[in-house]
Design a protein around this ligand. Sequence first.
Ligand SMILES: *[C@@H]1O[C@H](CO)[C@@H](O)[C@H](O)[C@H]1NC(C)=O
Ligand SMILES: *[C@@H]1O[C@H](CO)[C@@H](O)[C@H](O)[C@H]1NC(C)=O
Length: 176
Amino acid sequence: MASYSIKLYEILILALITCTKAKLGEFKETSMTIYFQDQFGGPNATVAQILPEYIGGHLSFKKFGAIFCTDDLVTEGFDVSSAQVARAQGMYLTSALDGSNTHVLVSIVFNNGEYKGSTLEIQGASAQFERVREVAVVGGTGKFRFARGYLTFETIHINVEANLAVIQCNITVLHY
Ligand SMILES: *[C@@H]1O[C@H](CO)[C@@H](O)[C@H](O)[C@H]1NC(C)=O
Ligand SMILES: *[C@@H]1O[C@H](CO)[C@@H](O)[C@H](O)[C@H]1NC(C)=O
């Protein structure tokens, strides 16, 4: 009798696990390295300062309260002419009084390749003058539904004449 009820219990647990699995499946981990081509000036700039006004004609990343909107080209490789994978669209706000942190609210909108039509949502504080900045990935859509994880930003190249910074972005996310 005792062993019968234990078996029944086990079957129930198994059924429960199977049901949950059938609904959501298992988390997959995806990692990738992509490159933000950040055009910070010139006629085709992909970053603009909203407030306060430009100071001396330069973007004032250090100024507390400075808000920027961005629509950077995101490429598969370091080279600006390598295959496009996404646009990085959103905003960031200098959120530390001393200017050291910026608050990032950016969507990676995949528009080409394997993840076309999906998005990843980046949100969090970024120590903007550190060599490597780690920021949370808090969600996603399409192939990245229920995504969570983190990414690193590293500015690996700056061309002042071309107003171009290339930011290497390594992403690790769990998603269904
Ligand atoms: C800006 O974009 C236009 C249109 O795509 C292009 O013809 C022009 O060469 C670009 N200018 C610079 C400085 O990149
Ligand atoms: C990002 O990934 C690249 C390529 O795998 C690697 O060379 C680089 O060190 C990584 N950067 C960080 C900050 O982990």
